[in-house]
Design a binder for this molecule. Sequence first.
Ligand SMILES: Cc1ncc(COP(=O)(O)O)c(C=O)c1O
Length: 391
Amino acid sequence: MNNTTTLKSQFLLRPDITFLNFGSFGACPKPVFDDYQHWQLMLEREPIQFFAFQSAENLKKSREALSSFVHCHADDIVFMSNPTTAINTIANSFPLNKGDEILTTDLEYGAMDRTWQYYCDKNGASYIRQHISLPLVSKEIFIKQFWEGYTPNTKAIFISQITSSTALKLPVEEICLEAKQRGLITIVDGAHVPAQMPLNLNQLNADIYTGACHKWMMAPKGCSFLYVAKHIQNLINPLIVSWGYKSAAPSHSQFLDYHQMNGTRDLAPYLSLPRAIQFMSDNNWAEVSANCRKLAQSNYQRFCTLLGSLPNCPISDEFLGQMCSIAIRTSAPEQLQRLLYDKYKIEIPVMRHDKAVYIRYSIQAFNSPSDLDVLYNALAEIIDTTDLITI
Ligand SMILES: Cc1ncc(COP(=O)(O)O)c(C=O)c1O
């Protein structure tokens, strides 16, 4: 058995589906899922001990494991169910005044755009989606174009480190550095980052960062985090106010008190995160991930040629991780995605983004070159036999 087959046997995914959509919600390996269920069982057996007396200590262990993985202090990170909750927490707290601007790109995830737009609308501020020309040519050109959206009213920048529909790694380190020089707060959406590329929050120097652990770290669904640099933690209000506000027994950190106590909820996704980190370490994940990147990137051009599109960027680790996204001309993206699933048993997203549509494949440990052949042959047949895709 080769390594891909061995690792495939560790996942719970249906074997009859060619699964090329790891990017949307990840997938949990069996040992991690077992650990998740173990925590749920502990809760059910003794809910009082679990919540009242053990949860703070257990969450601390998980935060410590996560903080060593993403390189920051364990008290600067809190668990959140998802990046949407994390960004809502930030946008809800951000002191937006009439005329203020939040600078972002036009490549961001739709739910995040809507969150910022909502809070900007409410406060008379503007959410500036700076246009980024695709294909990306170089970091320098990207950075120059991004800052064309800056004005004296810009208060903060919001940017993805890996974009969703276009699957691009953006030069966030450089953007954060320049933003600091301009006196701006930096807010980074790293939903796709942890375990798809190395993340060092101490080095990155973003003020605020969110990442999903249920995507590439393979934790159970509902495990994500919000990092806030110490110097602005006191500015962040709890999105859900609970016992941590004016706490009768405050901990050493208002940030933890405000954001970790959210009422009764399932903590199991957070508590099984150390097992997900262990799983990666047991399986030499740096090498697995490098092989996945190679497989993803080495196939990118042939899909672009098939669909008559250009790659979104130069094909290299500088701009790409384990996902590749191809612009596809179709007037019926939902129908195309349905056909790929129903007829060809391929799970892959076909996403609208502004006026464009992208098909994005993700490569994870269980994918082999033949999965991409299945996709290629299906698309070729759809082009030949239907009018769903125009070349
Ligand atoms: C770039 C990016 N940001 C944020 C999110 C939001 O994730 P969630 O819906 O889990 O909050 C996603 C989800 O895929 C994403 O791709």
